[in-house]
Design a protein around this ligand. Sequence first.
Ligand code: CP
Length: 306
Amino acid sequence: MKHIISPTDLTVSELDELLTLAEEIIQNPKKFSEVCRGKKLATLFYEPSTRTRLSFEAAMLNLGGSILGFSSADSSSASKGESVADTIRVISSYADICAIRHPKEGAPLVASNYSSIPVINAGDGGHNHPTQTFTDLLTIKNLKGRLDKLTVGFCGDLKFGRTVHSLINALVRYEDINFVLISPEELRVPAYIREEVLDAHNISYEETRKLEAAMPKLDILYMTRVQKERFFNEEDYIRLKDTYILEEKKMTLAKKDMLVLHPLPRVNEIATEVDDDPRAVYFKQAQFGVYVRMALIMKLLEVENA
Ligand code: CP
């Protein structure tokens, strides 16, 4: 049985198979509408979510399966003090697969140690968000046609943004990837990512505060919101939250085929005027999240293709 706790829990070749299956589903979703009949997905969300929880649920329903779960710690027995370990032991007898989001880094890993069903990390604190990464990779592969030979700019909260950490971890395994890490000093990519991921893979990267200067170099611009919920101090959040705002004026500096991704939710960091730019693909990216999660559920449940 396989769990997905980190984006690198899939090898590059497994990831390639996953993305290929997701693209088959995009082409012909009806073909897969019964493959999980009789299977149940549990969504255990101890932290708020719109896209991840609902796209997991939509994915299982699209496959003909059923869903159960909770959408906040307050509406579960976690509010009475139940541990993640005890919860997953119980859920293992109610469902065939589960997706868990938790504010504590490492909670999905703990769950996987006590689970008899596949556990998928749906985001743990500021650490990892592997299924967002699979969504991002599907978006880039489908719309750009490749996952290598790319200069990828990450902009915003690179310290707390788990989607950034996960996507960097996944992309360093492809050829000729360069990063431009655009953030204020306080929100730089953590040292462990720089040392244990970027330096360890000999990845070429630069750190800068200047979005405008970086724009012309980029094939992908990955915008992120400043993660209010992870700040200890509201004053720091207020000071940093609007450091970067992508407007159409800045988009004129970019390549004609640069793509703008954002894991969403957006706050102020992308002006709504950018939504009409054909290079802004963040809503399509959210839609791809359903297809890649359908493919992941099928792979983890070892469901035969239709
Ligand atoms: N991208 C993402 O994780 O969104 P939600 O927090 O809405 O799930």
